[in-house]
Design a protein around this ligand. Sequence first.
Ligand SMILES: Cc1ncc(COP(=O)(O)O)c(C=O)c1O
Length: 368
Amino acid sequence: MAASGVDVIDLSVGEPDFPTPEHICRAAEAAIRAGKTKYTPAAGIPALRAAVAADYTRRSGLPVTAAQVVVSNGAKHSLHNAFTALINEGDEVIVPAPYWVSYAELIKLCGGRPVILPTRLEDDFKLRPAALRAALTPATRMLLLCSPSNPTGVVYSAEELGALADVALEANLGVVADEIYDQLVFDGRPAVSFATLRPGLAQNTVVVAGVSKTYSMTGWRIGWTICPEPLAKAIGNLQSQETSNPCSISQHAALAALTGPQECVQEMCRAFQRRRDLVAGRLAAMPGVRLPTIGGAFYAFFDISAALARGRNGTTSAQWCEALLEKEHVALVAGSAFGAEGHVRMSFAAAEEKLSSGLDRIGRFVQA
Ligand SMILES: Cc1ncc(COP(=O)(O)O)c(C=O)c1O
């Protein structure tokens, strides 16, 4: 539609709309000029692994070493590496829904069985310890957590994560904690890293993060795992055979991101918080629309089941999104993609004027 000249407002994408900060781009240019254009160690250049370890240690308070870090081609690659290294055929991995689209597919690719646990909007889409306990079977190997969450924007508190950690420790589960949005937390709340919450928990946890969202570097493809050293070694070996090192130039850019000025991160986070205020306020005021408390990331995940029950714009979230696109030229993502039919995801990684017009159109659509 956009190619044929229709004014489509695309609020479907999961990437910051800001340019990559200038000093990071310059570091990449300098890396090219300095000939940093060759193979690097498969797990990443030592300086970047050390910078990731130092940054994580500083922000989380949990000391980790460079040897525990493997740098990969984006956090998605890091997730795939962690699953490949840890999952055996038939292992069950508990994935709370709504979940980010790739989790279930990546787990299946590695021979695992994703066990999707629905959560409730009334609980802010947070997994409750009792539900986790009830889902455990002898085949349960791993729990996947994502906070701040894509697609819901919900942020677990330390107490909530701690209660899940207790169940995970009791059942000796591995935990993959996807913390890619850990620096996009609003209202002055601290980001909590799962691995820090109980003594010994870090032994069972793989933290996944990267530069994509924090520094608006989605295209540079740099993410990482932080985990116990023997597992990091195995992941490094796996990566060495599969892809070798992530792009050398991007690694130098990521190094500049982590070790350079951090005001850009705070500025982007403040902008997302302003947009969150706008979007959450406007959506909550629309008839029949319900949404959880958005504490971070840049998504609003809202319930449209009342509209679907009336059936005027379809009876599934995919049909509703298609009708919204056809009638009002706004692109959102159907909740069914995230294992939560009856909802839709709107990204607020877009300029305020664009969000405002998008919300006007959604409001008109909902009321028609
Ligand atoms: C929750 C979550 N994890 C991981 C990723 C992947 O990040 P990357 O672009 O670094 O591969 C995304 C990207 O959308 C995400 O939303």
